[in-house]
Design a binder for this molecule. Structure first.
Ligand SMILES: [Zn+2]
Length: 261
């Protein structure tokens, strides 16, 4: 069995002091690779530091919408250089647009500038992007559509939209990734969307420390819990746990080419 967690935040306060134990439990649960995702310059430096701890670890670097206040030309350039200098930085992320909170709605125009800057960086480094979308489908789609024509690929992480929205991203060549929410009883519409995503474009993730899947719901999430989401989606799609984990493992390696490093 080979499972890859394509999105987790081992750099978060909830997880960063317990990484060796978290990795041991992950391995026991069948995980062989984990992509540790940064939110800003400081955590982008930290995900690269963490690479020294285990060959299971890979990284993504960027500035996410909640940290857009830390964005400047200089911080973006520093992050770009981190990606350039480590061949186990597999993607630019997480980046994107968030209009869910009143606080994030206020920064939307700066978020747009930051997001577009990182899409340019990803294109110039020939790296895929890990994209956060919350109440911003149209705005994100417009940019992804534009950049996909320049050869950009990536994943919409922790997808919670409709199939029609997923289809727009799929048509741009993007992948769709599902987190623990898909297992929640009140989220059956997301599970239905996950059932319809083409075989070669689906990914799975924990987004730990957030959104632990059933039956761990409410606990601090960690990569080992991905086995529950994997099993849930395997059943939903009529596959064995092993076949579905292998499928998403192979998809991740097609998208994130540096996973082979
Ligand atoms: Zn995340």
């Amino acid at each position: 069995m080979r499972i890859i967690d394509t999105h987790c935040h081992l750099i978060s306060d909830a997880l960063k002091d317990d990484i060796p134990n978290i990795l041991a439990r992950a391995q026991e649960a069948g995980l062989t690779k984990i992509i540790n995702i940064a939110y800003n310059l400081e955590s982008s430096q930290l995900v690269v530091e963490h690479l020294k701890m285990s060959s299971m670890l890979y990284a993504a670097v960027g500035i996410q919408p909640h940290d857009v206040a830390t964005y400047s030309e200089e911080t973006a350039t520093a992050i770009s250089n981190i990606a350039l200098n480590s061949n186990r930085v597999v993607a630019i992320g997480e980046i994107g647009l968030d209009a869910y909170f009143e606080s994030t709605r206020k920064t939307l125009s700066l978020q747009q500038t930051c997001f577009e800057h990182f899409l340019d960086i990803a294109c110039s480094l020939d790296l895929p992007v890990v994209v956060h979308v919350r109440n911003t489908h149209d705005e994100v789609f417009q940019l992804i559509n534009k950049y996909s024509k320049k050869g950009l690929t990536g994943v919409i992480h922790c997808f919670t939209g409709t199939y029609e929205e997923a289809k727009q991203f799929l048509d741009c060549g993007f992948y769709i990734s599902f987190a623990g929410i898909v297992t929640f009883k009140n989220a059956s519409s997301i599970a239905d969307v996950a059932q319809q995503i083409p075989e070669n474009r689906i990914l799975i993730e924990t987004d730990s420390p957030y959104l632990a899947p059933v039956p761990m719901r409410g606990k601090t999430n960690e990569p080992s819990y991905l086995a529950h989401t994997c099993q849930f989606l395997a059943k939903k799609r009529g596959k064995t746990h092993e076949d579905f984990s292998e499928l998403t493992y192979s998809n991740a390696h097609t998208l994130f080419k540096r996973l082979n490093n």
